[in-house]
Every structure is written in structure tokens, then in C-alpha cells.
Design a protein around this ligand. Structure first.
Ligand SMILES: [Zn+2]
Length: 155
């Protein structure tokens, strides 16, 4: 478990989540056995909550950081380095796979409606992996095999 069974806990540090969520992180220390742990408190419900790992990972940036990433035209690895996130995270933000509710005024790189062969998961090394003869560019809109790259992972 994340804490010992004692009740003599003392809060050593707190952190408010930047993006307007009602959560607060408390670092607590047991005054009895010195056990240290981190707990998440929902300040609206006024109780400790367990947050799923995915949420922890994905909610790390606030809206202004997401905006900065979206408007940054440099290479993904540069952006990743400057923002302390992974290359993969930059790609997910740019493609609208994560943080899609932030900065809705900024269009994402490949909206799901944009059918292009290069956005298709069958496109491989500059060619159509299914050898559709007409493949290329906007033919995707008429292609019955079109499958938007990454669609399967979007919930
Ligand atoms: Zn304890």
C-alpha cells in the first residue's frame, strides 16, 4: 500500500495540479515510523483518491505548455528536450492523440478527417503497403483500405 497504518501523518509538501483539475498532491511523512508517501487528494470531494497511471502520465502539461508544443515548429526531439517530455509525447500532442481538449483553436497536424495516403497505416516507406495502384496523396479519400494511422489506439 501507499501508506502505513498509522495516523500521525504530517504533510511535508503539496502540489496543485496546474491544469485546473481539483487534485492536489500531498507528500506525507508518518511521525511514528517515518514512512513517507505521496497521496492525491480530490479537493472537491475532500478525500484521498487513487489516480490511474495513464492520467498521471498524460496530464503533466498545462494548457500553456501544450500550446507551446503545438506552436513549436522545431524537431520533435528538440521540443521534447525543452519541455521535459518524450519524443512520443510530442508526437501524440501534435497529432491530437493526447491533450485534444486543450487549445482547440490550434489545428492538429493530422486531423482524423484528413485522409491522405501518408496518414494511412498501410503506407510504408513511401509506398502503399497494399500495392493499391492509384495510391498516393488524396486518393486515400476514395480508398476502401484507408485506415488512419493510430486510429486503433484512439478511444
Ligand atoms: Zn507509520
Amino acid at each position: 500500500m501507499t501508506s502505513c497504518s498509522h495516523l500521525f501523518r504530517e504533510i511535508t509538501n503539496t502540489h496543485n495540479w496546474a491544469n485546473g483539475l481539483p487534485y492536489r498532491t500531498y507528500w506525507v511523512k508518518c511521525r511514528f515510523c517515518n514512512h513517507k508517501c505521496k497521496v492525491y487528494v480530490d479537493t472537491e470531494k475532500r478525500q484521498e483518491v487513487e489516480l490511474p497511471q495513464s492520467m498521471m502520465r498524460k496530464r503533466r502539461l498545462d494548457e500553456s505548455a501544450v500550446r507551446r508544443v503545438l506552436l513549436d515548429e522545431r524537431s520533435y526531439s528538440q521540443i521534447a528536450k525543452d519541455n521535459g517530455i518524450t519524443h512520443q509525447a510530442v508526437s501524440e500532442i501534435k497529432l491530437g492523440k493526447s491533450y485534444k481538449y486543450f487549445c482547440k483553436d490550434i489545428p492538429r497536424k493530422a486531423p482524423r478527417s484528413q485522409k491522405k495516403c501518408t496518414n494511412c497505416e498501410h503506407w510504408w516507406k513511401g509506398k502503399c503497403g497494399l500495392y493499391v495502384p492509384e495510391a498516393g496523396g488524396c486518393f486515400a479519400a476514395d480508398c476502401s483500405f484507408y485506415s488512419h494511422y493510430g486510429t486503433s489506439v484512439i478511444q
